[in-house]
Ligand binder design. Sequence first.
Ligand code: GLP
Length: 245
Amino acid sequence: MEVIITNSADEMSKKGAELVAAAVKKNPKAVLGLATGGTPVKMYAELIKLYKSGALDFKKVRSFNLDEYVGLPGTHDQSYRCFMNENLFNHINIDKKNTNVPDGLAKDIEKSCAEYEAKIKAWGGIDLQVLGIGSNGHIAFNEPLSGAMSKTRKVAISQRTISDNARFFKTMDEVPKTAVTMGIGTILEARKIVLLASGGNKADVIAAAVEGPVTQLVPASFLQLHADTVFVVEKEAASKLKGKY
Ligand code: GLP
């Protein structure tokens, strides 16, 4: 595991974009694992800049998103499909046919999850997985107590995450309570993982994930077991780390 501490959220976003850009330059057909949430938004803006300047080509890039709310169609403004279109896909030359987001409306969710896993494998596996982190240590929608071997499945969203996500919805009732998410096991199969975090509200959880025991109480701590994970952490979010990195 590597920890890179940055002076600002902007610097964190640039560093994240640099790592994604390196993967795409190395393999123009790279399979990217993509994340939603507030944290990666500026990193996506950096990637759009690189594309517009001619430095990066997404024509053959393929992608799989981590998760989606159950019950929201891709056209809903809070769906993760819509988030990806608005924050990245609509602004670069990626072929939308090559972008995948779990189907929150699937009639047979179990089958649809198994198909998602199979498609990731069929497309050669994820080269680089981008992650954010929830304030309770969740990655994607793998809440505390998610197993290390878990795969794409339907999950209940924790009360804490529901409250964290309420800011994006008009009323508490509208916040989805279930989601489809890649599992911890799915994420750990990615060849490289880049986790981004910023803000003092993430300081405790970053310290627990990086320096605490590997435990299902802090799902991000399972990343300690991965062969090539980089935490890119802005200094406030890194403020409770004890080690010097
Ligand atoms: C949601 C997403 C996660 C994301 C988390 C943190 O729960 N499912 O993938 O990491 O929010 O979001 P933010 O970056 O806004 O703090």
